[in-house]
Design a protein around this ligand. Structure first.
Ligand SMILES: Cc1ncc(COP(=O)(O)O)c(C=O)c1O
Length: 366
């Protein structure tokens, strides 16, 4: 069976370095907010081209903390509206709700799966204060247009870059530095994945960074002195140590994924399958390779019978989730179509050449 994602295989190349680091970690005896976190924050900020990186517990917290810090700074108020894509992982929307803000859903483009900027302005009201573009599956949103709309209406822009580590329009325009602040997740399956939960925020805003460094740590900069109401959501020292090792390989992981995506795009030829749209630039890091088909269950079963595991990202749109029951009667036809048709096929550096070839052959046979 070709597994969708074999984390053990993916982390195998790092095992010796992890063990060496683990020994240093045990010898050092410093477990919370130590040098590994500091190192990661410095290096990830440099990697993204931002002034600051604040390590936090996970990607959801990264988003929630950005919103809460802006509320603390008086730039957002409880009840303000935030434009979010209807087609996203539910975390983007939960973050807005958890900060007592109001998510306003906007349809995606069918072609890119990402928020459609042409639909944003119609949803802006006097209460709208921010836009949260999500770089879904690793592909950057249309940030130039989104930032222009934001500037025109005096809105904050916050990137959900949880799936897009390293995606870039150019050396200087990279996921994490295309907005006021960005949230990253290092959930194990991500292109830069920890060995547990982890997340980070990047920003060029000094004032915001200062609040966030304190807010993630009980609202405290000096131990037992609490300046603001904070939470406990620190990037774990051991996870930071693993991430420091893996960050050095992120560009090559992304390059591998792009080259594999190029092969899929040029070699999979099947009228029943709609391939993802990509301009072959570095604006995509293929966290997921997502195809569409009108008979998804049939294709998924066919692939399974031929030894290929697939996944669905995602089967139920946020507005149809039980947890968001007051939205269940809303209609977002493009989002619903995407959720009905998408299928993610294996793509990561743990795959052997023969496995990649098998996936291509079988998809052409369907
Ligand atoms: C788009 C998106 N936003 C937010 C998150 C939340 O990240 P985490 O699982 O680390 O809390 C994820 C990942 O799971 C995600 O894919």
């Amino acid at each position: 069976m070709i597994h969708f994602l074999n984390l053990r295989k993916l982390n195998q190349p790092f095992e010796v370095a992890f063990q060496k680091k683990m020994k240093q970690f045990l010898d050092g005896g410093w477990y919370i907010l130590g040098n590994e976190v500091k190192q990661f924050e410095t290096d990830f900020a440099t990697y993204c081209g931002t002034k600051h990186c604040i390590g936090v517990g996970n990607g959801l917290d990264a988003l929630v903390l950005i919103f809460k810090a802006y509320i603390h700074l008086g730039k957002l108020e409880k009840g303000d509206e935030v434009i979010v894509p209807a087609n996203t992982y539910v975390a983007s929307i939960l973050a807005v709700l958890q900060a007592d803000l109001v998510p306003v859903l906007v349809e995606p483009r069918l072609k890119t799966f990402n928020i459609n900027p042409d639909e944003i302005e119609a949803k802006i009201t006097s209460k709208t204060k921010a836009i949260l573009p999500v770089h879904l599956y690793g592909q950057l949103c249309e940030m130039k247009v989104i930032n222009e709309i934001a500037q025109k209406h005096n809105l904050l822009v916050i990137e959900d870059a949880a799936q897009a580590h390293g995606s870039q329009f150019s050396e200087k325009e990279k996921a994490g530095n295309l907005s006021n602040a960005a949230a990253f997740s290092f959930y194990p399956g991500k292109n830069l994945g920890a060995l547990g939960d982890a997340g980070a925020i990047t920003t060029n805003d000094d004032e915001l960074a200062e609040v966030l460094f304190s807010m993630r740590n009980y609202g405290s900069k000096v131990k037992y002195e609490n300046e603001i109401i904070g939470v406990n959501s620190r990037l774990d020292e051991l996870q930071a140590a693993f991430l420091n090792i893996k960050l050095k390989q992120l560009d090559s992981e992304n390059e591998f994924r792009r080259s594999m995506a190029k092969r899929y795009l040029s070699e999979i030829k099947n009228e029943k399958i709609i391939m993802p749209s990509w301009d072959l630039s570095q604006n995509h890091v293929f966290h997921l390779f997502v195809i569409r088909t009108s008979n998804r269950l049939e294709l998924q079963n066919f692939l399974k019978e031929n030894g290929i595991e697939t996944m669905i990202h995602y089967p139920i749109p946020p507005h149809k989730q039980k947890a968001l029951s007051n939205w269940n009667n809303l209609s977002f036809p493009i989002t619903e179509k995407i959720h009905d048709e998408v299928l993610s096929i294996p793509l990561n550096s743990g795959l052997k050449a023969s496995e990649i070839q098998h996936i291509i052959t079988i998809l052409n046979q369907y």
